[in-house]
Design a protein around this ligand. Structure first.
Ligand SMILES: [Zn+2]
Length: 322
């Protein structure tokens, strides 16, 4: 339904050049840090350049520089809440700037250059950027200059550190997948968006043009004290039809494929186990398992679609399969 009018702009979109970044998947993780390694997220090569090797993204290019939504910024590697949107300001420097951090979340050390002060996630030592004092931008006289690529964002206010875990599912039209996942116990935040393609920050129209290779997906943050990846993944298999190939009901096209973008080895193994259980019951499961690459948030009008519009999904329903 919603895709039909979008095919008209295919020709315009063909001229967009593909970026090579988001297809790159790297399954190595930093394991020399103190948080539970199993809970760390895989990092793409681009993410590793900054987060593990202390690189710097080009100014004015990051996802969160010109970004002004109320919520919380999390560590890309370990999901620890680091910064609040209320502490964000525009220093016109090309990188997200904050004049304060969530208490205890950010560690400061002298940079290798002996001059600047490097900032790291206090939980997992992910490189964030640098902190500068005495510039007079705000009353706190402090500027945390942070690489967007070191962060993820959730539109939820959090004033303290909290242990969250992340999962990414593609199961047809993201409106319907989000509708069910956001109702699940222990789910703190859901965001619909795009993953698995060959262009950064694609638009909905670009994804529907079938040229970028992205899947419509839902990023979920959950509280591991109230639920776990296995429970949510079982739900995922019951709210869409995992036997359909590149479609979900009336929605046809590879952006509607069934795919789990696992973030660590534990998620991969649990997904394999559940698929084996379904296959033992006779289901011919089409769901792909892929190491997560960069997830890009979808447009605001796609977020919480059924919550805002009312009604129930035309493309998804809950079916007991386990
Ligand atoms: Zn971290």
């Amino acid at each position: 339904m919603k895709k039909i009018h979008l095919f008209t702009i295919v020709l315009v979109l063909i001229s967009f050049s593909a970026c090579s970044q988001s297809k790159e998947k790297e399954e190595t993780r930093q394991v020399t840090t103190k948080a539970k390694p199993m809970s760390y997220n895989y990092l793409s090569k681009e993410e590793q350049k900054v987060i593990l090797n202390k690189g710097t993204e080009y100014p004015y290019t990051g996802q969160y520089y010109a970004f002004d939504v109320e919520g919380t910024y999390l560590c890309k590697q370990c999901n620890t809440p680091l910064y609040k949107s209320t502490d964000k300001f525009d220093a016109h420097c090309g990188w997200p700037s904050f004049d304060d951090e969530i208490p205890g979340a950010v560690k400061r050390i002298t940079d290798a250059d002996g001059q600047r002060t490097e900032i790291l996630c206090a939980n997992c030592n992910a490189h964030l950027g640098h902190v500068f004092l005495g510039e007079g931008f705000t009353g706190k006289n402090t500027r945390h200059c942070v690489n967007s690529i070191s962060l993820n964002f959730i539109p939820i206010k959090m004033n303290q550190q909290q242990n969250l875990q992340r999962a990414i599912y593609a199961g047809g039209c993201f409106w319907g997948t989000e509708y069910y996942l956001q109702k699940a116990k222990g789910v703190v935040s859901t965001t619909v968006g795009y993953i698995g393609g060959n262009k950064q920050n694609p638009s909905y129209e670009e994804v529907c043009s079938h040229n970028t290779g992205h899947a419509e997906a839902v990023e979920v943050y959950f509280n591991p004290e109230e639920t776990n990846f296995e429970e949510l993944t079982k739900l995922f298999f019951e709210i869409h039809d995992p036997t359909q190939v590149n479609r979900q009901g009336p929605d046809i096209g590879e952006q509607y494929r069934s795919e789990i973008y696992y973030l660590n080895e534990e998620q991969k193994e649990i997904s394999q186990k559940l698929i084996a259980q379904l296959e033992a019951k006779g289901y011919k499961v089409a769901t792909k398992l892929t190491a997560a690459s960069a997830f890009f948030s979808g447009e605001t009008y796609h977020q919480d679609y059924y919550k805002k519009k009312g009604g129930t999904p035309y493309c998804h329903s809950k079916v007991s399969r386990f």
